[in-house]
Write a protein that binds this ligand. Structure first.
Ligand code: SF4
Length: 275
C-alpha cells in the first residue's frame, strides 16, 4: 500500500501566524485570554490552547478585563470597538489576506460602489467586511434577485471557490454599468483544493483530516468523495481498518486548520494497518 499526503495539506500561512501570535501572548501569562468562538476550527488545537489559558466565549457579556483575540478570519468592527470600550487588550491575528479583502470592501464603498460580497452570509469574515448596505451572495442563482446599480464592486470571502466567484461575477455583469472586481480569494485554499482533487483521481481512498466544524476541510471531503472513496476524520483513532482493505493507494488530505501532528498520526496509523 502507498500512502500519499496531498501537497500543501494542513495549516495555512494565516493560521500558523495566528497561533504563533497567540502562543507568544499566552506564554507571557498576562491574561485572562478570550477568543470569540474557537481560534481555529480544530477541536484538538482548541483543547491544547485552552490548557494554556485561552478561553472560548460566545459573547462579551461580563468580560471586563484581560486580552481579547481577533481570529485569523477577522471580526466585525463593532465587536472590536466593544472590546476596546471594555478596556480589553486586543491581540489581532487577522490574516493579511483577510485584511486586504476588508480594505478592498471599505474602499469600494467609500468610492460609491454598491458592494457585493461573494461568501457565506453568517461567516465572521463576511460580517467583518459587510455594512448595512452591502449585498451578500452565496450562489450564482441569487444574482437574479439583485437589482441594477450604476456602479458595483465585488469582493470575495477569502475561502470561496474561484469557480463560484467567477460565475457570480459573470452574471453580475448585466446588473451594473460599471463592475469593479477584486478576486480576494486566498491561494492557500485553492491550492489545497487542487492538490486534493489530483490526489483523489489517483487514490483508491482519501482520508480528509480536520475539524468537523471546518468549512474548508468539509469542502476537501466533498471534492474527494466526488472522485473516489473518502472519509472525513478528526483524528487517527477514528480510522476503521476495514476501510483500507484491498486499497493500493491511500491519499491523505487536511484542511488549513489541521496541525501537522494530527496528519502525522494518521499517516503512521494507515502505514501500520497497511503492513
Ligand atoms: S486560508 Fe488564507 S486567508 Fe484564511 S487564514 Fe489561511 S492564509 Fe489567511
Amino acid at each position: 500500500m502507498r500512502v500519499i499526503v496531498a501537497k500543501g495539506s494542513g495549516f495555512c500561512f494565516g493560521v500558523k501566524r495566528a497561533l504563533k501570535i497567540v502562543e507568544k501572548a499566552l506564554a507571557k501569562r498576562k491574561g485572562p485570554f478570550y477568543s470569540l468562538g474557537p481560534l481555529i476550527h480544530n477541536p484538538q488545537v482548541v483543547e491544547r490552547l485552552s490548557r494554556k489559558g485561552l478561553k472560548v466565549i460566545n459573547n462579551l457579556t461580563g468580560i471586563k478585563e484581560g486580552a481579547f483575540v481577533i481570529r485569523s478570519h477577522g471580526l466585525p468592527i463593532t465587536t472590536i470597538e466593544l472590546a476596546k470600550e471594555r478596556g480589553l487588550k486586543i491581540i489581532d491575528t487577522t490574516c493579511p489576506y483577510v485584511k486586504r479583502a476588508q480594505e478592498r470592501a471599505k474602499e469600494l464603498e467609500a468610492r460609491g460602489y454598491q458592494l457585493v460580497i461573494v461568501g457565506d452570509r453568517g461567516h465572521p469574515e463576511v460580517k467583518s467586511m459587510a455594512s448595512e448596505k452591502s449585498i451578500v451572495l452565496q450562489r450564482p442563482s441569487q444574482v437574479e434577485k439583485v437589482r441594477s446599480y450604476p456602479r458595483m464592486g465585488v469582493v470575495a470571502q477569502t475561502t470561496q471557490s474561484l469557480e463560484n466567484f467567477k460565475e457570480i461575477v459573470k452574471r453580475l455583469r448585466s446588473k451594473a454599468k460599471e463592475l469593479k472586481v477584486y478576486a480576494t480569494i486566498c491561494n492557500a485554499v485553492s491550492r489545497q483544493q487542487r492538490s486534493t482533487r489530483e490526489l483523489a483521481r489517483e487514490a483508491d481512498l482519501v482520508l480528509v483530516v480536520g475539524g468537523r466544524n471546518s468549512a474548508n476541510t468539509k469542502r476537501l471531503f466533498q471534492i474527494s468523495k466526488g472522485l473516489t472513496k473518502a472519509h472525513h476524520i478528526e483524528k487517527a483513532s477514528e480510522i476503521d481498518k476495514r476501510w483500507l482493505r484491498d486499497k493500493e493507494i491511500v491519499g491523505i488530505s487536511a484542511g488549513a486548520s489541521t496541525p501537522k501532528w494530527l496528519i502525522d498520526e494518521v499517516v503512521r496509523k494507515v502505514a501500520a494497518y497497511g503492513n
